[in-house]
Design a protein around this ligand. Structure first.
Ligand SMILES: [Fe+2]
Ligand SMILES: [Fe+2]
Length: 174
């Protein structure tokens, strides 16, 4: 791939990856909701609320793709399937694993969104800021459940963060 890309092309790529990522996030919560019914019923209202946020984020980026006449990212379905599996498995493992996955994913997402805000040139920057606000809320509310993360928790969190980074990396180059 050429090392020189125009800002518009780069912004389009970012929006595609964000759109696919939000689809992944919707599916993480969908998977967690499916299994939290068995293991962590008390989290269902929160997971349902977070999933609704992610659906709104996905539609913001979908609109932006339409406005720019761009197709979905090639990683869209992979993100959805991978997200669902991650959500389903962590939901089965219970409330602590659910929180662990959310913190690990949102940590990466927040870092990327903040870096991107300056370069996207999106139609509605206020909408993006509200996305950052909600991702921060997901992170913070979940982090409360993890105030004493052990070595194993930290190791699993690092693996999930690294997997999230890899999906973004692949998406930006697909
Ligand atoms: Fe999101
Ligand atoms: Fe989120």
């Amino acid at each position: 791939m050429s090392g020189v890309t125009s800002p518009a092309v780069e912004a389009g790529r970012i929006i595609k990856v964000n759109h696919a990522g939000e689809h992944g996030a919707v599916n993480i919560y969908a998977g967690q909701i499916a299994t939290a019914r068995l293991r962590a019923r008390e989290l269902l209202p929160q997971l349902t609320e977070f999933k609704a946020h992610e659906e709104r984020h996905r539609s913001i980026f979908a609109k932006e793709l339409t406005r720019r006449g761009l197709p979905r990212c090639r990683s869209y379905w992979l993100c959805g399937a991978g997200g669902y599996v991650l959500g389903f498995v962590t939901g089965l493992m219970g409330a602590r694993s659910i929180a662990l996955a959310t913190v690990a994913v949102e940590r990466v997402v927040l870092r990327h969104l903040q870096q991107q805000l300056s370069q996207i040139g999106i139609a509605d920057p206020e909408a993006i800021s509200s996305i950052v606000g909600e991702e921060q809320l997901h992170h913070d509310q979940s982090a409360v459940c993890l105030h004493r993360a052990g070595v194993l928790d930290r190791a699993i969190g690092s693996v999930i963060s690294a997997a999230t980074e890899s999906v973004i990396w692949i998406g930006m180059r697909a």
